[in-house]
Design a protein around this ligand. Structure first.
Ligand code: SF4
Ligand code: SF4
Length: 368
């Protein structure tokens, strides 16, 4: 994504395309068009809850004048961070990232604990021939629900004969959410440290497990000059080449939710679908709002750390409702943020949420 300096509020013609397409605008918390107008008039954002934005990127796609409304909002948050006027939970996440390199403040020494569940050794990336790095992401390194995702992906890629390594306890937050929470200085620091580490270890390619890391490293780590891909792109390719075979059937109706950071922001729409379609017996269903028009689950942009007071129906609840209406038996996605956000309403309604790698691991008999 572009830097804040590239937003230009004076190009705005107040057409309202941004607000009209914003997935949270119906809930009276934030009106992005009005925020841009207030910036034109050099007024503050007082009447809005700037922490409600999920940084989905929809307004960037829709704005006909390339104003970059999301960047205007990140700029607002940056001013709030500098003034120390931020919600306590956001402040905690930022401080924890400064100290422990992850927003939960978990020890960096435990960053590669997920590898203990593997029955093969994953080398440090500097010891690989390919210099291909599997980057786990903070959530998947520490959250008990999501830790199975790197384990499954590592097993699948390993069984497909792909060589890769990790940074282990040297891995730090990519800074994607940090920048979107307005701590631009800390993001720049993380980026600088990470780029130096990638270069020092001769990394040639990064496979990210989270679309949020993909966005930061692919679109904002310009200095790195390294190929960055999401694991679904690699896996779809391995399946197509016949290196990974999905032998057992999965006789279920599966509906796929496009994560904003993978779809809208990086245009990765087909690889996750190709993976699911390659599984025998699996019937792939689509949401009425899919691909570029996918409805944001509301997990990104710091919303994971911000408990907003909100009485309206959440988008994750709407997603689960539609999944059930369409007859889905499984709600699949390819992002740990979406898994965490969708799982609450889904478990209430009795429909499982699965990250794509969990389905693949199941049909390959590689489940963790
Ligand atoms: S879409 Fe762009 S031009 Fe239209 S109101 Fe929003 S910021 Fe202004
Ligand atoms: S990034 Fe998404 S949630 Fe934030 S203002 Fe733009 S459209 Fe709304």
């Amino acid at each position: 994504m572009e830097s804040e300096s590239q937003s230009n509020v004076f190009l705005c013609m107040q057409c309202g395309m941004c607000t009209g397409s914003c997935p949270i605008s119906g809930r009276d918390k934030l009106n992005i068009r009005k925020l841009v107008r207030r910036k034109q008039l050099q007024q503050g954002a007082k009447e809005f809850d700037i922490w409600f934005c999920t940084s989905c990127g929809e307004c960037l796609l829709r704005c006909p004048r390339d104003v970059k409304p999301l960047e205007v909002l990140i700029n607002e948050r940056s001013d709030a961070v500098e003034a120390g006027k931020i919600p306590l939970s956001i402040q905690k996440a930022l401080e924890s990232t400064f100290v422990q390199k992850n927003p939960w403040g978990r020890p960096q020494s435990k960053r590669s604990a997920w590898t203990e569940d593997l029955d093969f050794e994953v080398p440090h990336v500097r010891e690989t021939r390919s210099k291909r790095l599997l980057f786990s992401c903070c959530i998947q390194a520490y959250d008990p629900r999501c830790m199975s995702i790197p384990v499954n992906v590592a097993r699948i890629l390993h069984s497909g004969g792909l060589e890769f390594g990790i940074l282990g306890t040297e891995e730090s937050c990519c800074g994607n959410e940090i920048r979107r929470m307005g701590e631009i200085g800390l993001f720049e620091e993380l980026k600088e440290e990470n780029v130096a580490k990638l270069k020092e270890n001769g990394v040639q390619e990064i496979i990210t497990l989270s679309p949020h890391c993909l966005t930061a490293m692919k679109n904002e780590y310009h200095e790195a000059e390294i190929t960055v891909v999401h694991y679904t792109e690699v896996l779809a390719d391995l399946i197509e080449k016949g290196a990974v075979s999905l032998s057992a059937p999965y006789r279920k109706k599966v509906i796929y939710h496009d994560p904003c950071f993978l779809g809208k922001q990086n245009k990765v729409f087909d690889p996750p679908r190709k993976i699911l379609q390659a599984i025998e017996g699996l019937e792939l269903l689509e949401f009425s709002w899919n691909r570029e028009n996918s409805l944001c689950c509301e997990g990104g942009g710091g919303r994971m750390f911000y408990d907003a007071e909100d009485s309206g129906e959440r988008n994750s609840e709407k997603r689960v409702r539609e999944a059930l209406r369409k007859g889905a038996e499984v709600l699949a996605t390819s992002c740990p943020f979406c898994v965490m956000t969708l799982e609450d309403p889904a478990s209430e309604k009795g429909i499982p949420v699965k990250e794509i790698s969990e389905i693949v691991a199941e049909v390959m008999g590689e489940t963790s």
